[in-house]
Design a protein around this ligand. Structure first.
Ligand code: BTN
Length: 256
């Protein structure tokens, strides 16, 4: 099914009942010349990809699994910021569409009271000429899952829009709001750089001021998250008082 909407993001939307991974499928579409802004959304992924080569599970029809092809008009060294741009856009869109107020965990998870609502996986596609870079932004948002879908200890870890709002969620009502916010935030970042995104991210953060553990490329750092840099990097002050800056990594909150 192919739909059209105004704006660049989502001008072409491919909607599939089932796919292995929307990010993987988008990789093929991009190599075949798909235009930036193309969106793939699936009712079900049988091999969804998460960060760190982990699988991403969803239940058929109970989540929004989508990938967006982007061609960011910023220098390549700033492209890692895009993941924070998307986190802010998705968090705002969720609040607009449902009233649920997620917080952002560096670099790009959305949590409600420490439970994960949405994961984001940005993958950079290398281009032959090195000039134009494409990014596949994958978003996995739990919409309809109920508490029974999170058995035992998983209830402390995961959540959904239905659980948090206490009502049934029409994921296809959330999708256009999501695409509108993504369009607006990506445009703002392309035009003005990271500063306005940083302000919004800091406002939405559940990472800053917290005791966290960060793992990045085989190293581990434990301390208090003290700042988000103007380049999107996270600063952590360890027990000895030394401040470390990270551009990549995964964080765990000691107390959410
Ligand atoms: C994470 O580990 O938190 C990131 C999860 C990203 C999942 C989404 S679902 C749509 C897109 N396609 C994939 O295979 N993964 C991303």
């Amino acid at each position: 099914k192919v739909e059209r909407r105004q704006g660049t993001i989502g001008r072409t939307v491919f909607h599939l009942a089932e796919v292995d991974s929307t990010n993987r499928l988008m990789g093929g579409l991009a190599r075949d010349g798909a235009l930036p802004g193309t969106v793939v959304v699936a009712d079900h992924q049988v091999a969804g990809r998460g960060k760190g080569e982990r699988p991403w599970f969803s239940r058929p029809g109970e989540g929004l699994c989508l990938s967006i092809l982007l061609s960011p008009k910023r220098p390549i060294e700033e492209v890692p910021q895009l993941t924070l741009v998307i986190a802010v856009a998705v968090a705002e869109a969720i609040t607009r569409a449902t009233g649920v107020q997620p917080r952002v965990k560096w670099p790009n998870d959305l949590l409600v009271d420490g439970r994960k609502l949405c994961g984001i996986l940005c993958e950079l596609l290398s281009s032959a000429d090195g000039d134009v870079h494409h990014v596949i932004a994958g978003i996995g948002l739990n919409t309809g899952l109920s508490v029974d879908d999170f058995p035992g200890s998983l209830q402390a870890i995961g959540t959904s829009l239905a659980i948090e709002s206490g009502r049934a969620i029409d994921r296809f009502a959330v999708l256009p709001v999501l695409l509108d916010h993504l369009e607006a935030w990506v445009e703002l970042w392309e035009r003005e750089g990271f500063a306005p995104v940083r302000d919004a991210w800091v406002r939405l953060s559940c990472t800053l001021g917290k005791d966290i553990t960060l793992e990045s490329e085989g190293t581990r750092c434990h301390g208090v998250a003290v700042d988000l840099g103007i380049d999107g990097s996270l600063s952590i002050r360890d027990e000895s008082g030394e401040v470390h800056h990270f551009h990549y990594g995964e964080t765990r909150l000691s107390s959410a």
